[in-house]
Design a protein around this ligand. Sequence first.
Ligand SMILES: *Cc1c(COP(=O)(O)O)cnc(C)c1O
Length: 402
Amino acid sequence: MQNLVAMNGDPVTNQNSRRLAKADPRQRAWLEVSPMAVEANARALRSVIGEQCLLMAVVKADGYGHGAVTVAKAALRGGADNLGVATLHEGIELRKAGMDCPILILGNLIDEKELEACFCWEIMPTLSTMREILICKRIVSNYRRNFSVQIKLNTGMTRLGCEVKEALNLIKFVDSVPYLDLQGVYSHLAWADGDKKRKSFDQSLLLTKKQQQSFNSFLRSLSSRRKNLCCHLANSAGTLRTSELHYDMVRIGLALYGYSPIEDSNFEVALQPALSVKARVTLVRDVEAGIGVSYGHNFVTKRKSRLAVVGIGYADGLSRALSGRISALFKGSFLPQVGSITMDQLVLDVTDQSDIQVGSVVTLLGEDRGKRISPQDWSDLLGSIPWEILCGFKNRLPRLLV
Ligand SMILES: *Cc1c(COP(=O)(O)O)cnc(C)c1O
């Protein structure tokens, strides 16, 4: 090992070099997350759904990349009363952080160990088949304590959920098992985020209508039997489309983070994006015309240029497929990204922005002096959706709360 000397003159031992490395999370690239924006979004959505309807904040995939515990707390402050996650571990993380509201796992748990852990942490599983219900029956007959569960119906998504015609039998069976406590029944919309500008828009409305009708007919057949079940159907798009889809609870993901999945909402709701992605310029260089940049020389300068290297890359969640197609914001102007995005770095053409220097902070996603780059801008380029962009930020970028 080299003999390193710290800034105060002490030799750098492993201990104090670690302390130095931790000193500033804004060394290279980072996420800025605004819990206040999440809280305000929850409050705005609450006013859309009214007092009678419950609000589930969906914080799966580490809170859509924002940090699950941070956004869960903010959403609860803003009036959410339930949390939704995809996996057992995501649920346990929230319980360990001290959250004691109802938590529903939206994914499927398949074996007794998982469902038993779910029971012990008082997290609700989603049950779709008799197979899972029988496992839960075994668990409660051992413990002799209440196990809250929810049943899912397939009304057209064709993913999880039992068929509507089986649902009453499953519910009857769950009701016959002592300690098995059915709290809710729900289904999921497959295409509530249809785009008004597309030809397929009418199709998406039709499918949502069909799902709604199928859910309603199930509820009618249920009503004489069970009055106190929490019945829910809507995601963000369904919630913002029409109050007919709200039922007893709505499950909100994307809108909680500040983005509307539909452009033609019936509700006036001002959502604030809660996430920015920022990074620092680590090197500036001047080059002649005709110089190739980055792997494969996919970009060649057309003029004498100034280039800035920025410390963020595809390992941080900036898909390589965005290479040469995005910009970064600096002092309200867009700086084109050029050449291939690499694992840890990318290059900007800053020829027209003379203020850029080593250490300058640029915004890859988010707002700067009234200009904004949104996840939708990236997902449009990628033929993807904003959800996937947000979930792409997970491993390496530190999150700062602002
Ligand atoms: C992820 C998820 C949601 C939230 O969806 P958004 O479109 O992000 O609001 C709701 N319900 C279920 C079952 C989900 O899996």
